[in-house]
Design a protein around this ligand. Sequence first.
Ligand SMILES: Cc1ncc(C[n+]2csc(CCOP(=O)(O)OP(=O)(O)O)c2C)c(N)n1
Ligand SMILES: [Mg+2]
Length: 892
Amino acid sequence: MDNEISTQPHGMEDVEIQEWLESLDSVLESSGPEVAAEILERLRAHATVNGIDLPFTANTPYANTIPPRLEPLFPGDQELERRIKSLIRWNALAMVVRANRVEHNIGGHISTYASAATLYEVGFNHFFRARTEEFEGDTVYFQGHASPGMYARAFLEGRISAQKLENFRRELKPGGGLSSYPHPWLMPDFWEFPTVSMGLSPLMAIYQARFNRYLEDRGLKPVTDAKVWAFLGDGETDEPESLGAITLASREKLDNLVFVINCNLQRLDGPVRGNGQIIQELESAFRGARWNVIKVLWGSEWDPIFERDTEGLLVKRMGELVDGEYQKLVVSSGAYVREHFFGSDPRLLKLVEPMSDESLRRLRLGGHDPRKVYAAYKAAVEHKGSPTVILARTIKGYGLGEAGEGKNVTHQQKKLNEDELREFRSRFGIPLNDEDCIEVPFYRPPEDSVEIQYLRARREALGGYVPKRSVRTKPLAADHDELFKEFHEGSDGREVSTTMAFVGMLRKMLKDEEIGKLVVPIVPDEARTFGMESLFRTAGIYSSVGQKYEPVDVNTLLYYKEAKDGQILEEGITEAGSMGSFIAAGSAYATHGINTIPFFIYYSMFGFQRIADFIWAAADMRTRGFMLGGTSGRTTLSGEGLQHQDGNSQILALPVPNIKAYDPAFAYEIAVIIQDGIRRMYKDGENVFYYITVMNEPYAMPPMPGDVKDGILRGMYRFRSAANGKAKLRAQLFGSGAILNEALRAQEILETKYGVAADVWSVTSYKELYNDGIETERWNRLHPGEKPRAPYVTKCLSDATGVLVAASDYLKTLPNMISKWMPRRLASLGTDGFGRSEGRASLRDFFEVDSRFITLATLHELFVDGKIERSVLDKAIKDLGINADKPNPVTS
Ligand SMILES: Cc1ncc(C[n+]2csc(CCOP(=O)(O)OP(=O)(O)O)c2C)c(N)n1
Ligand SMILES: [Mg+2]
């Protein structure tokens, strides 16, 4: 980073540099900043042509971007807003302190909001527009750890009761409480976006802003000037997701997007960049990515000092300090600031000679000055052509004084002693006497007080309260029977994969009268892998600028068609970004009142495994839609090897409570699941979403064998009964996904070679079966006096005889989870272990999930039950060509 504004390079006379500066000043005065900028640009070019090697820097000096002369008038009542803000500060602090008095270590954060209060209050009083009937409203991502401030404001607004405030972080208390952080799942009328897992919200905000444009370009919503605001911590920007998508925002010219980064220079443990300058680092990253960067570093008190500094010494000095030193200055006395900051140069000392030590200590930072913050926000919302980031300097734990202001421990501060409370009270003028104040009561002035009246009036002028979440759509009407019927028929012997079958459904859905426009196909550079390229031409790939070039394959039927009203979100190689789009599209029913239905199809190994935390956030947000794990199955995706072959995702889907995870084998199963999913999510408004694994192994799709819809949805149904149900040797085989075919082959081998009559079940969802089982158990436990209920699995198998064997392309634990509700012992086959680069047959041999191993497992179970002789088993191992000493796939 190079912030140095050299004042005396190579012995150049002061007077010479002074002349240059003065002539620039005069250009600025007479012709304005554009002309001045043009001259500087030309000078730079001229210098380069003449061999002057100017170092590259994306930085501007360590100063405010907006000079005082360009600051707009502050439109509000600054004193009243300060008083309101003080009350919010108090109540935010009170809720954390009180909660921790009642329950030790319940947690909560004081110092994050304390540093960000002005950043939020200027937004609440002047910028954040609510969602109304007439206007879609601004979308605000609040920094998770600042939530006490949002609750405290809602308390003043009369939206949250004192009792709820009292129960901050104690949600299960009578009357309810408040969730620690923004969680739409827990507070669905309040929070819209979960932000507390750091780094997720900046990326989600970028894709949200982009999705808003997509909706406009496709004519699904009117064009408005609604903004997306994202409030982040400076420490948070170290998460790779935080900055990972910033070039998309500038490429897409998302001037509907504003990042506000609260640069208090601290994170949890200590300084973000003790030995550097986080603000300059972020500035160069964002400027390099072509964002509009507005630095708000210094408060108004600094303006006259800057004015006196005609030589640029102050700004040079500011650029010299590292953040660790700045943090030290924050906690130091005015005398220390004079000596250590201004004392580096007698000319600097002279600048502040007339000022007392006290006034030096009180020099505010930009992020605590509403006028500076207002100026930055106004510039941001008026800026055209690129997204804006505001880098606002603040003090972590502002106002906490000895209790933590600027200290390394401040992030964790939850308890204040009596003196500290009194000091905070006095500093912010809270009308509580010494005695009352140490009880830390919540304080809300009377309804008719000027503060409450002002606060209400401001929100009214901006359309209502924020944050507020509401479902703003009408349910879909149609049942879509016609749409999906054709897929119940089977493929007539033609070999197709379940991926191809799904793409066929997608193609048809895109043409449907009711849902066609609402479908949002999302793909991270894998459309060809999934055979979706035919959709390029028909649905078009969304591009905000249309297609400025003639595609190289324009003469082909399936050319790469980009269009402004294109429907496919072809995101490039970013599963995280695609998930950002999925979340934006899947929550548009609440954010925009539009029932968009996202279908996000991707390489299944790079889903749950890679972006599980985004999926968790999507779940929290009550996102709707379908995630499709393509090329799934550890042995079904041949060749690709260890990193690609997914035997995990069905397991990784288990912890997400509201995702329905299916591993279907046949086209009709997928059709039933998707049709029912659309009904549940978009007609009945259920807060679920779907994960469906689809495979690339082609085989003939059978027609639906009778009415098995209920079984498909509940997790299992008998697909094919044994030919001879009366046989002495009986078995039940459970197969999922492409491995169902192995079970069907095993059924044949068992019958023809070993006289074992086996039924074959398609297990479409172990997760559904497991959830049903644990729910049934729970009900029985809680209702001992009532007739016990049986889990669905138990009911299915009530008349099923013989040994039980399950095989899937996932870990063995998947079938094992439900085995206790089965009538007898279960043998499980699965793909625990690392993948291999191999063909399907070899892989299924290696992982021991093919028809031979299913046969062997069945015979072994019969042997254990004493139904067959050892010799039969020994012979079978030989006949089936199984190497008993092969390496264990789990550990090799
Ligand atoms: C992904 C993730 N990792 C870690 C945390 C734990 N954590 C919570 S706040 C915090 C520090 C925040 O610092 P910063 O982003 O600078 O915010 P500030 O409170 O200073 O405004 C950390 C590490 C988290 N919430 N999310
Ligand atoms: Mg910070």
